[in-house]
Design a protein around this ligand. Structure first.
Ligand code: PMT
Length: 223
């Protein structure tokens, strides 16, 4: 960015997976590496924003001048978001938040007895929907990780969660999506328009997403 179009703005980004404990040894999680979310944090900082990165467990160093809050579970991620949401102008939900967590976390390692065992799970809070339902809501950008009917499901999420924009990725394409260097994203906006960002590194895509957010902020301020 030649100038600092997000100077004076605070951007909060969730990144990485969440990890939901079953017992002291086992957990439920997913393949998110945090690369996409950390690239967004870097791009937002370069654009001049104050950046709050709320990160699940990943092996990536914090980008320069970015404040990182490290969390483990979805419940902890929501608590960290709630703590700092008041001053946030733009919220980007890039984390792969586990949809369910065990109803009970055993404090001892669960013994294997039966051939088949079942685990009772409960729905986790939806962090993105919680932010978008706030009265004084920031500009809210979500992600959609889909393995089929990308546009259909992404648009449904955009509408149901009341988002300003959703970045949809097809997670079945080899070398794209979870834990890869590259990605391909379809940006779908609330006004029905969409922009296809072709295959590129997550760093390049992050800059394009931040540029689109800058455009939306300046459009809104002219209304
Ligand atoms: O981390 P990488 O390895 O770089 O991979 C990047 C990515 C594939 C994780 C990323 O591009 C991506 O798609 N992130 C969203 C993954 C996801 O969980 O998507 P979803 O379609 O299940 O969720 C929809 C949206 O709701 C997401 O913005 C998600 O952050 C949010 N959500 C979902 C559930 C929940 N309980 N709380 C949420 O905030």
């Amino acid at each position: 960015f030649s100038n600092k179009p997000l100077a004076g703005k605070t951007v909060m980004i969730t990144a990485g997976p969440t990890v939901e404990a079953i017992d002291p040894v086992r957990f439920i999680s997913n393949h998110s590496s945090g690369k996409m979310g950390y690239a967004l944090a870097k791009a937002a900082r370069i654009a001049g924003a104050e950046v709050e990165l709320i990160s699940g467990p990943v092996n990536i160093r914090a980008p320069y001048e970015v404040e990182v809050t490290r969390v483990t579970s979805a419940a902890e991620m929501l608590a960290a978001v709630k703590e700092k949401i008041e001053t946030v102008d733009v919220f980007i939900g890039c984390a792969a938040v586990a949809d369910y967590s065990p109803v009970e976390v055993s404090c001892h390692k669960i013994k294997k007895n039966d051939e088949v065992m079942s685990l009772k799970l409960q729905r986790n809070p939806d962090i993105l929907a919680w932010v978008a339902a706030r009265q004084d809501k920031p500009l809210v950008v979500g992600f959609a990780a889909e393995s089929q009917s990308l546009e259909f499901y992404a648009r449904k999420k955009l509408e149901k969660k009341n988002l300003d924009m959703i970045c949809a990725n097809d997670i079945c394409c080899e070398g794209l999506g979870f834990n890869s260097e590259n990605n391909q994203l379809l940006l779908m906006k609330k006004d029905g328009s969409q922009i296809l960002l072709d295959i590129a590194s997550k760093e390049v895509l992050a800059q394009q997403i931040i540029q689109e957010i800058v455009n939306q902020i300046s459009d809104n301020s002219h209304r």
